[in-house]
Design a protein around this ligand. Structure first.
Ligand SMILES: Cc1cc2nc3c(=O)[nH]c(=O)nc-3n(C[C@H](O)[C@H](O)[C@H](O)COP(=O)(O)OP(=O)(O)OC[C@H]3O[C@@H](n4cnc5c(N)ncnc54)[C@H](O)[C@@H]3O)c2cc1C
Length: 428
């Protein structure tokens, strides 16, 4: 195959496309508008915390086969800390209850029969609502399929909804369950929970997102003499008939020869601006992360890699060394993305102290709130229906990115798979 593939956008989608093409020995030229690669999946040094933090807390599951295959290609699987078991600790800040969801390894969900391993307040028959998800229509929402008049209630609350569907909707789709696509939720359940505990072991970057997903890809490319161009924002795209003929970056234009191809691995909003003729999902959804740096690394029971919170503003707590990081998903829909940092951090710290059983007088050395307003696209059925395919009406243009039609939600797994799909389509 002759010609070069020009890849614009070096988040994990663009990097995934680049390494897959490089693996096949195909020439690539890479560009990103920022001064570093990684996009939304990267680490950086935070001056206030005086340490490196991730742009957002990222959780993967062992069923994320595209992410694992990408890391295997790069020799970087060890950068992920893969928990030995599919075990998730939870605390309900209203009732004070603590529990563990612990899936057995096989696909037969025996854990549902064991009170010690399943969700308290939920009966076996309540889980029957999950059986509706494989048949979800394109317009179905999680609320539409999960709410049931017959499910077990405590103080009037549907416990399965409150302790499973709602947290899953926030965590997986970054969208409230009244709006979140049930079909996308099923795509994740099918590749993880439905395959049993072996596919549900939590995976978290051991050192940081850049060390795991970005630096090894850049090293893999550098070993093949491929050096990306950074600080090259794409401003305009030249089109003649059904072909891309020119990429106009801020400082220069690149001519696309008849043998060349282009992969645009840009965020949704950039794509909408640059090529209004391509269908893109409607809007974005925010995630807020708070980071607290302690004087000393956490130890013992407080050093939980991951803790889910119910009836709290915080959805998840991650700990790594002396850093406690919180995730609040769907923060805009929940009205939690605009509180001033000085008001919000103390509220969140109070939740941390209860959740991690820290003494009431416990304090932190430094803290930081990060609002990512465009964390993912809005994953409602109407918006999902607008996701474009890898191949476009333009003969030499391919798309990648977590918002393209991978069949998966906007996650690292979805983004990496989208890049692999674009590389595969080009290699055919
Ligand atoms: C706070 C937060 C928490 C998250 N939590 C999780 C999680 O727990 N688990 C999970 O799997 N996923 C999570 N995600 C989602 C995950 O980070 C994304 O799905 C993934 O990183 C998207 O990768 P991408 O390559 O598609 O897009 P991006 O990372 O957005 O990459 C796009 C690239 O294009 C570049 N670019 C933009 N405009 C231009 C231009 N005009 N010209 C040239 N280059 C340009 C950008 O600099 C960027 O490098 C989270 C995201 C956030 C923000």
């Amino acid at each position: 195959m002759s010609g070069t593939t020009h890849i614009v956008g070096l988040g994990v989608a663009g990097l995934s496309a680049a390494v897959r093409l490089a693996e096949r020995g195909l020439p690539v030229t890479l560009y990103d508008g920022a001064k570093v690669a990684g996009g939304r999946c990267r680490s950086f040094h935070d001056a206030r915390l005086d340490c490196a933090i991730d742009n957002g807390n990222h959780l993967l599951l062992s069923g994320n086969r595209s992410a694992l295959s990408y890391l295997d290609l790069l020799g970087a699987r060890d950068e992920l800390e893969i928990q030995p078991d599919a075990r998730f600790d939870f605390v309900d800040l209203e009732s004070g209850e603590r529990w563990q969801v612990a899936l057995n390894r096989g696909a037969l969900p025996l854990w549902l029969l064991d009170r010690e391993k399943s969700i308290p307040g939920v009966r076996l028959r309540d889980y029957a609502s999950a059986l509706r998800f494989p048949f979800a229509s394109q317009t179905a929402t999680i609320d539409g399929l999960s709410k049931s008049r017959t499910s077990t209630r405590t103080n009037g609350k549907d416990m399965l909804y409150q302790r499973f569907w709602e947290p899953m909707s926030w965590a997986v789709l970054n969208t409230t369950p009244d709006r979140a696509s049930a079909r996308l939720m099923w795509a994740v359940l099918r590749e993880t929970f439905a395959r049993g505990g072996a596919a549900c072991r939590p995976m978290i970057a051991r050192r940081g997102l850049s060390e795991t997903f970005v630096d090894p890809a850049l090293a893999y490319l550098a070993a093949r003499k491929i050096q990306p161009f950074f600080n090259e924002p794409l401003k305009e795209i030249g089109i003649e008939g059904d072909r891309i003929t020119r990429l106009d970056f801020a400082e220069r234009s690149v001519l696309i020869t008849p043998a060349d191809r282009v992969i645009l691995a840009l965020p949704r909003a950039q794509m909408a601006k640059l090529m209004p003729e391509i269908s893109v999902p409607d809007g974005d959804a925010a995630i807020v992360n708070a980071h607290f740096r302690m004087q000393e690394p956490l130890t013992g029971a407080q050093a939980v890699p991951l803790l889910g919170l119910v009836n709290a503003r915080t959805h998840w707590i991650f700990t790594r060394g002396a850093i406690i990081s919180l995730t609040i998903s769907a923060a805009d829909a929940l009205g939690l993305d605009r509180l001033p940092e000085e008001e919000f951090l103390p509220l969140l710290w109070d939740e941390v102290k209860v959740a991690l059983r820290l003494p009431a007088e416990a304090s932190y050395a430094a803290a930081r709130l990060i609002r990512e307003r465009r964390a993912t696209f809005d994953q409602s059925p109407a918006s999902v229906a607008k996701r474009p395919k890898t191949r476009t009406a333009f003969e030499n243009l391919y798309l990648a990115g977590d918002w393209t039609d991978t069949g998966l939600p906007a996650t690292i797994e979805g983004a990496i798979r989208s890049g692999a799909m674009a590389a595969k389509a080009i290699s055919k």
